[in-house]
Design a protein around this ligand. Structure first.
Ligand SMILES: Cc1ncc(C[n+]2csc(CCOP(=O)(O)OP(=O)(O)O)c2C)c(N)n1
Length: 573
C-alpha cells in the first residue's frame, strides 16, 4: 500500500511535523533503520554527523538555547545512548528543551543482554521530564507528539524516546490523528490573582526591594515585561548566570550577578533587601550560598512555572506558579504607583562605587604577561562594537570571568552550562548555536581543560562548512577553577590540576581551521578582529598568566555575605 510507512519513515515524518530542521547524531546497529530512511527526508531534515554522542547532545542543546526551539539528538543503543547521558543531564539541570532519540535492540531480545543493550530509559528516568520505550510502530505518532509537547511546554526539559529496531523496521499506515494522552501533565501558566496582587503590593510598598531574574524570563520571552516592571517601579534587577541577557546590563537599574562569584554590592543588596521578587530562577546553591543566612530580612516572592521549585530551597512569602511572561503582565496590570526607592538605590550605588570590582579587574597590573582580563576587556568592547554575536562558555574560571566582565544585553546571547557545570559543553554547543544563527558570529570562551574534552567537534564544524564559530581558549595550563580552590582552601596543594595540552594552533590546522596564538597584550585586539573577519571558523590560543583567581568568591558552606574579595581587608561584610 502506498500510504504504508516504515517506523523509521514515521519518525522522520514526525520530526518534520514538529518543525524540526536539524538533528545531531551518530548511527549504529540499533538505529540503522532510521538512518536508512533519512536520505529520503534530506531536503527537510539536516543531519549533522557529530564525532561523539556527547557532542551531538550538547550541539542539540546549543541549538535549542540559541533558537528557543526543541533540540534533537540521535544515537544508537548501548554506548551510543549512554554517551548522551551527560548532555541529557545538562539539559535537565538547565531546563533546555531536548528530544533524544535512541535505537534499542529488537523487542525479541530485550532484557536478554543482547549486543549493545542498555536500559537507557531506566538510566535517564531521573534526568528527563519523561522517557519512552517504543516497541510498537503504532505508538510512534502519538509518542513523538507527546514528547515534543512535554519538552517545550511548562518548564522546558529533555525527553528520551528509545525505539526498538523492529519497531523502526515494521510497516504500517500511520494515523496522525493522535490525541495527547498525558493525565497529570497540565502546566499552570497563569498565576493566582490574589498572590499576584499581593506581589504587586509588596513590591510597591517595600523600602528595599530587589528583582532577581533567571532563565525562566528568557524561556518565556518575558524580557520586555521585566523591563517595564523595573522601569515602572524603579526596583533594581539582578540576573543569575542563566538570567544573563534577560535584562540589559547597560540599564541604570541593572546590578549584575549574585552568588558565589557575584559582585559584592549585589550580594550585600540581597542580604539587606526587604522584598525579593524572584522570577524564573530556582535559588540554586551557587546563588544562595548557605541557605540559612540568605536574604535574612526579605519577604520572598517566587514566580516559577515549576511548582516543585517554590519553597524547595528558600522560604517563600508569596508563591506564584505560572509562566513568567503571563505573571509579569498580570502584575503590571494591578501594579499601584510607587515612587522609586531612591535612598535604597543610592545605597547600592555607593556600595558598587566602593568596590568597583569590574573596573578594578580591567585595570592592568604592571606586568608584561597577558592577563585573562586583557582578553575579556577587548572581547567585550569588540563584541559590542560589532554586534550580532552569541557567546558560548565552557565551565571553569573563564566562564565566571565571562559572566562578570562581558555586558550581556540581549536574551539567548549567553549560553553556558550552569546547573550541571559540564566541561566540554562549549565547542559542540557552539556548533548547534551556529546552525541556529547562521548570520551571527558565535564566540566560544573555553578553558584549555574543557577544550580538550570535546574539541573533536571541530571536525564536525569543518565537515559541515560552519564558518561562524570563533573559539577563544583561555589557556592557563591548569584545570584553573580547581587549582584556585586548591590555592585558596587547600594550601596550594596542586593535585591533579597542572595540565599540558597539544599545540592548539597545530590542532586547529589539523582540523582544517586557521589557528592564532596570542602571548602578548598588544596582539589581543588584532587576533579577535582577524578571527571575526576570517570567513571561516577559527581557534585562538590565548596563553595567559597561569595563576589568576576569580574574585569575589563565596567559600563553600558560607553565606553570600562572607565572600572573599581579592584584597584581604575587604573580605566579609
Ligand atoms: C566533565 C567535568 N569534569 C570535571 C569538572 C570539575 N571542574 C570544574 S571546573 C574545572 C577546571 C576547568 O579547567 P579549564 O577547562 O582549563 O578552565 P579554567 O578553569 O582554567 O578556566 C574542573 C575540572 C567539571 N565541571 N566537568
Amino acid at each position: 500500500m502506498s500510504d504504508e510507512r516504515t517506523g523509521a519513515q514515521i519518525i522522520c515524518e514526525a520530526l518534520v511535523r514538529e518543525g524540526v530542521e536539524v538533528i545531531f547524531g551518530i548511527p549504529g546497529g540499533a538505529i540503522m533503520p532510521f538512518y536508512h530512511a533519512l536520505p529520503e527526508y534530506a531536503d527537510r531534515l539536516r543531519h549533522v554527523l557529530c564525532r561523539h554522542e556527547q557532542g551531538a547532545g550538547h550541539a542539540a542543546e546549543g541549538y535549542a538555547r540559541a533558537s528557543g526551539k526543541v533540540g534533537v539528538c540521535v544515537a544508537t543503543s548501548g554506548p551510543g545512548a549512554t554517551n548522551l547521558v551527560t548532555p541529557i543531564a545538562d539539559a535537565w539541570m538547565d531546563s533546555t528543551p531536548l528530544v533524544a532519540i535512541t535505537g534499542q535492540v529488537p523487542s525479541t531480545v530485550l532484557g536478554k543482554d543482547a549486543f549493545q543493550e542498555t536500559d537507557i530509559v531506566g538510566i535517564t528516568v531521573p534526568i528527563t521530564k519523561h522517557s519512552y520505550l517504543v516497541s510498537d510502530i503504532n505508538d510512534l505518532p502519538r509518542v513523538f507528539q507527546e514528547a515534543f509537547h512535554i519538552a517545550r511546554t511548562g518548564r522546558p526539559g529533555p525527553v528520551l524516546i528509545d525505539i526498538t529496531k523492529d519497531a523502526q523496521q515494521a510497516r504500517t499506515v500511520p494515523d496522525w490523528n493522535t490525541e495527547l494522552n498525558l493525565p497529570g501533565y497540565r502546566p499552570t501558566y497563569h498565576g493566582n490573582r490574589r498572590q499576584i496582587k499581593e506581589a504587586a503590593r509588596l513590591l510597591t510598598s517595600a523600602e528595599k526591594p530587589l528583582i532577581m531574574a533567571g532563565s525562566g524570563v528568557i524561556w518565556s520571552g518575558a524580557s520586555e515585561e521585566l523591563l517595564a516592571l523595573a522601569e515602572r517601579t524603579g526596583v533594581p534587577v539582578i540576573t543569575t548566570l542563566h538570567g544573563k541577557g534577560a535584562f540589559p546590563e547597560d540599564h541604570p537599574l541593572a546590578l549584575g550577578m549574585p552568588g558565589m562569584h557575584g559582585w559584592v554590592h549585589v550580594n550585600r543588596a540581597i542580604q539587606e533587601c526587604d522584598v525579593l521578587l524572584n522570577i524564573g530562577a530556582r535559588f540554586d546553591d551557587r546563588v544562595t550560598g548557605k541557605v540559612a543566612t540568605f536574604a535574612p530580612h526579605a519577604q520572598v516572592i517566587h514566580v516559577d512555572i515549576d511548582p516543585a521549585e517554590i519553597g524547595k530551597n528558600i522560604r517563600t512569602a508569596v508563591p506564584i506558579v505560572g509562566d513568567a511572561k503571563n505573571v509579569l503582565q498580570a502584575i503590571l496590570e494591578v501594579l499601584p504607583e510607587r515612587t522609586p526607592p531612591a535612598a535604597w538605590l543610592e545605597h547600592i550605588r555607593d556600595m558598587q562605587e566602593k568596590h568597583q570590582p569590574r573596573q578594578r579587574y580591567l585595570k592592568r597590573p604592571d606586568t608584561p604577561v597577558l592577563m585573562p582580563h586583557d582578553v575579556y576587556g577587548s572581547l567585550n568592547r569588540i563584541l559590542h562594537e560589532r554586534g550580532n554575536f552569541r557567546v558560548v562558555t565552557d565551565v571553569g574560571q573563564h566562564q565566571m570571568w565571562a559572566a562578570q566582565l562581558i555586558d550581556w544585553t540581549r536574551p539567548r546571547t549567553h549560553l553556558t552550562s550552569g546547573g550541571s557545570g559540564t566541561m566540554g559543553f562549549a565547542v559542540p554547543a557552539a556548533l548547534g548555536a551556529a546552525l541556529a544563527c547562521p548570520d551571527e558570529t558565535i564566540w566560544v570562551i573555553c578553558g584549555d581543560g574543557g577544550f580538550q574534552m570535546t574539541n573533536q567537534e571541530l571536525a564536525t564544524i569543518r565537515q559541515e562548512g560552519i564558518r561562524n564559530v570563533k573559539v577563544a581558549i583561555i589557556n592557563n595550563g591548569y584545570l584553573g577553577m580547581v587549582r584556585q580552590w586548591q590555592e585558596l582552601f587547600e594550601n596550594k596543594r596542586y593535585s591533579g590540576t597542572p595540565l599540558s595540552g597539544p599545540d592548539f594552533v597545530k590542532l586547529a590546522e589539523a582540523y582544517g581551521l586557521p589557528g592564532i596564538k596570542v602571548e602578548e597584550v598588544d596582539a589581543v585586539d588584532d587576533a579577535i578582529e582577524r578571527a571575526w573577519d576570517t570567513d571561516d571558523s577559527v581557534v585562538i590560543d590565548f596563553c595567559v598568566e597561569r595563576e589568576v583567581n576569580v574574585f569575589p568568591i563565596v567559600p563553600q558552606g558560607k553565606g553570600i555575605h562572607e565572600m572573599l574579595t581579592e584584597v584581604p581587608e575587604e573580605a566579609g561584610v
